[in-house]
Design a protein. Structure first.
Length: 360
């Protein structure tokens, strides 16, 4: 078992264990000309949001800028002249029209979505150690094509896309169009494309992703067998799978079941994976034997009360739950500690990694 504690943006290995080295594929030039969905529609429906307990982050959300089609045409033409696989580019360009969402319920819409976005906007540095954790286990490389499942508002999407560079491609999927709004425009390389779809109904007319990443999303998926089967179909042989999530029987699972299920404005009726079922799931859907890593990352804040305000927004607490209530529950179930620079909430997760067999 391996425990990683991310400190100051870096992942520190506590119990050394040999890591698998994954092959890095040739550089690619995938692009498409779809436009990013603006946030105007969501703003009209949701209106101006306020948190229930007096922790008021900035509520103004900048409008999304549409993807420059001229830039796409210019790069598309360059790809053709340089001999790149333009048929693959066309397949990638058309896959977004086929994407669909068939989930019976979508949690992250309206107030839940705006609260989540405000939490990560007002406390932008809180998850920096999680970015280091993502890089350690996903290992995104220049020119790769990566699928992100449950991208949310794109906190990890932008970091992954930066690692992939201008010749790489990140497809960010999520069932909530509220959450996906504006992600494409935030990429400095123009290499993010969004797909509004849940993991178990992910319809993309493209195969050959080098890696698949998901954080905190799989426990929301209704049909995990269908989801993992689809992941294997979309991934190339030898592709990596990295899933960071809440697993059953853990301290974090107890925190969610005992407090978040009561306090969250949309509830939290989910299904946490067990290690045993995750092993069976990988075996049944075309993935290699998974490896599990217990990871603890410090969510860092300047003041102790900021932790409560952040959690109150992140999980969109009902009006009856104050920021102090959220802080007290986190301190009771997890760990809140003073640091040299402020305060930290120690957040434990399980990271499962696997590889699609090269012969499959």
């Amino acid at each position: 078992m391996q425990t990683i504690v991310a400190v100051d943006g870096r992942a520190k290995e506590i119990a050394p264990k040999k890591r698998a080295k994954y092959p890095v594929p040739a550089r690619t030039g995938f692009r498409n000309g779809t436009r990013a969905k603006t946030r105007a529609g969501a703003s009209k429906e949701a209106g101006e949001r306020q948190d229930p307990g007096g922790c008021r982050p900035p509520t103004t959300v900048p409008r999304c800028h549409a993807v420059d089609r001229g830039r796409w045409r210019k790069r598309h033409g360059h790809a053709a002249r340089s001999g790149r696989n333009t048929s693959a580019i066309r397949r990638t360009r058309s896959m977004y029209a086929d994407a669909k969402t068939e989930s019976q319920s979508i949690e992250f819409i309206g107030k839940r979505s705006s609260d989540y976005r405000n939490a990560l906007s007002h406390y932008a540095d809180a998850w920096r150690p999680d970015i280091a954790c993502m890089k350690r286990f996903l290992q995104p490389a220049q020119g790769e094509r990566i699928l992100e499942v449950g991208a949310g508002n794109g906190y990890f999407s932008v970091a992954i896309a930066d690692c992939l560079g201008p010749d790489g491609l990140l497809v960010a999927s999520d069932p909530s169009t509220d959450q996906l709004a504006g992600i494409e425009a935030e990429s400095r390389h123009g290499n993010i494309r969004v797909v509004p779809a849940s993991a178990d109904t992910l319809a993309i007319d493209f195969h050959g992703f080098d890696a698949i990443w998901s954080r905190g999303a799989i426990h929301h998926v209704t049909d995990k067998t269908a989801a993992f089967t689809r992941f294997a179909e979309l991934a190339r042989p030898g592709a990596r799978l990295a899933v960071a999530d809440v697993f059953s029987g853990t301290v974090l699972a107890r925190y969610f079941d005992s407090f978040i299920a009561r306090s969250c404005s949309t509830g939290h009726e989910v299904a946490f994976l067990s290690r045993e079922f995750a092993e069976s799931l990988c075996a049944l859907t075309g993935w290699g034997e998974p490896v599990f890593h217990e990871v603890v990352t410090p969510w860092e804040f300047k003041k102790r009360e900021d932790i409560g305000c952040f959690l109150q927004l992140l999980f969109s607490a009902k009006p009856g739950y104050s920021a102090e209530d959220c802080l007290e529950a986190a301190d009771r179930h997890l760990s809140v500690s003073q640091t040299t620079s402020g305060w930290a909430l120690m957040w434990p997760m399980t990271v499962m990694t696997s590889v699609r067999p090269a012969h499959g």
